[in-house]
Design a protein around this ligand. Structure first.
Ligand code: FAD
Length: 334
């Protein structure tokens, strides 16, 4: 069991900045994200896009903003559980909560902050026979720990940046890497595509274009994939791990089952302090809704600041909070 003051569901920009606002009030945070990396939409959808509306930063690349946010909260030593999806909230007799993930991680906290953006990013699953049967037995939709593929026969499928990047990365780790792509050109960065062609040209990986994995086989664990060419040819490849990378799409998922007021896939909050209809549960960033809501990073930052002042009473019920600037002695973390 992990113990913390505030458990933040979602490590997007708003969840990350919330750690800073909590830290100024001496409240510890633990963040949980379904993605294996921090940054939310900025990391998953547009890492290289410039953002022009962050106050004080005339133009900043999304990835750099995430790195800066991580640096800004480093001092407060937040905990992270990445690559796990929050499934359930369990209220305790004293009002505190246990937040539980799909992998059985439990976080005990006084306050829950939902900073879940558009929801949890779920993998898009291709139509492959036996795909779901082999989940956890050789099928992976994300690469969480590349080392687990050392010395194994890995088949990846997809034509975007993730498929290209992981093909390049795993070429040095796996015993054999095969990339299967249904087109004959890639959607991912031209530079990465170039590297993949180069690895294939040198015989370091196998590249199968104009084809798709259509069937998985094995006996309890994955043993082979069948590849159907656009020309109807069929090839069977001995495989330990199959990694289909066809992107992720956000889903509200379990949040819809937590008895919160929800409107159009967003959690209704009181703009006084961004609290939900359930005591000790707040919602900030893209996941919330209220009259006039704008889904912008800077609005989420504002909501985080207000919300943490309100959450203070649950973490320090015997203390009175008085507002101070970060430059005041005892508040300044640096
Ligand atoms: P997110 O960034 O969505 O992060 C939420 C995180 O919560 C995700 O990582 C998700 O995996 C996780 N999560 C959700 N549910 C669960 C669960 N049950 N368990 C575990 N984890 C969970 N905004 C601007 O201000 N300026 C811009 O220029 C701008 N450009 C944009 C361009 C594009 C193409 C897009 C799509 C958006 C843009 N936005 C822009 C909007 C901005 O990205 C969002 O406002 C911002 O990402 C919201 O941050 P967040 O932390 O609330 O949520």
């Amino acid at each position: 069991m992990i113990h913390t003051d505030i458990c933040i569901i979602g490590a997007g920009p708003v969840g990350l900045f919330a750690v800073f606002e909590a830290g100024l009030l001496k409240m510890r945070c633990h963040l949980i994200d379904a993605l294996p990396v921090v940054g939310g939409q900025l990391a998953e959808i547009y890492p290289q896009k410039p953002i022009y509306d962050i106050p004080g930063a005339p133009a900043i690349i999304a990835e750099d903003l995430v790195n800066n946010l991580m640096k800004q909260i480093e001092e407060f030593k937040p905990g992270f559980t990445l690559g796990e999806r929050v499934e359930a909230l369990e209220k305790q007799d004293d009002g505190s909560y246990i937040v539980r993930t799909n992998e059985g991680t439990d976080v005990h906290c006084q306050v829950v902050v939902i900073a879940a953006g558009l929801g949890s990013f779920e993998p898009r699953k291709p139509a492959v026979e036996q795909l779901e049967y082999f989940e956890g037995k050789g099928v992976h939709y994300m690469v969480k720990k590349p080392e687990q593929f050392r010395g194994r026969n890995v088949v990846l499928a997809g034509g975007g940046d993730s498929a290209l990047d992981w093909t390049i990365f795993l070429a040095d780790i796996a015993s054999r890497v095969t990339l299967v792509h249904r087109g004959d050109t890639f959607r991912g960065a031209p530079d990465s595509a170039e590297k993949v062609y180069d690895l294939a040209g040198k015989g370091k990986i196998d590249l199968i274009l104009q084809a798709q994995v259509n069937k998985l086989g094995g006996n309890g664990v994955l043993k082979e994939v069948s590849v159907l060419g656009n020309d109807k040819s069929v090839t069977t490849i001995p495989t330990d791990d199959f990694i289909p990378l066809f992107g992720l799409s956000p889903k509200l998922g379990p949040i819809a089952d937590w008895n919160l007021g929800v409107e159009k896939s967003a959690v209704i909050v009181d703009t006084f302090d961004y609290s939900t209809n359930v005591e000790r549960i707040y919602a900030i960033g893209d996941i919330n809704t209220y009259p006039g809501k704008l889904k912008l990073i800077l609005c989420g930052f504002h909501e985080a600041a207000i919300m943490m002042q309100s959450a203070f009473k649950y973490v320090y019920p015997d203390q009175k909070l008085s507002f101070k600037y970060t430059t005041v002695n005892g508040v300044n973390p640096f």
